[in-house]
Ligand binder design. Structure first.
Ligand code: ZN
Ligand code: ZN
Length: 114
């Protein structure tokens, strides 16, 4: 496992192989609860991984459902369906203009027209 360095505000550094989730035995063994203790690091890593996974799931759902929709008005009329409306409202988080550009490019490459 790659080591990670934690930088404390007072300039101290701690380089360690930190736990990735609360299944790590160091999570339940941690007793000296302090900043960057093993149980906090385990919780934080777990939360971060869950957040990233949920975000990816949501992003994939947006892009699968809205594939080939003119969500962003690059070439004229924007789609007014509920999905595209929501995608535009959450900004570039789950379905970005770049995603749409790639879809258009892929469609062109596969001969599906402009
Ligand atoms: Zn702890
Ligand atoms: Zn739409």
């Amino acid at each position: 496992m790659p080591e990670k360095t934690i930088h404390f505000q007072d300039g101290q550094e701690l380089t360690a192989d930190l736990p990735h989730n609360t299944l790590d035995p160091r999570y339940s063994e941690c007793t000296d609860h302090r900043l960057a203790c093993m149980c906090r690091e385990a919780h934080m890593a777990e939360d971060r991984h869950e957040f990233i996974a949920e975000r990816e799931l949501a992003k994939r759902a947006f892009n699968d459902v809205l594939k080939d929709h003119n969500t962003f008005p690059a070439d004229g009329l924007e789609c007014r369906c509920t999905g595209c409306e929501i995608a535009r409202r959450v900004g570039q988080v789950f379905r970005s203009y770049v995603d749409v550009v790639y879809e258009r490019r892929d469609r062109r490459l596969s001969g599906g027209g402009a």
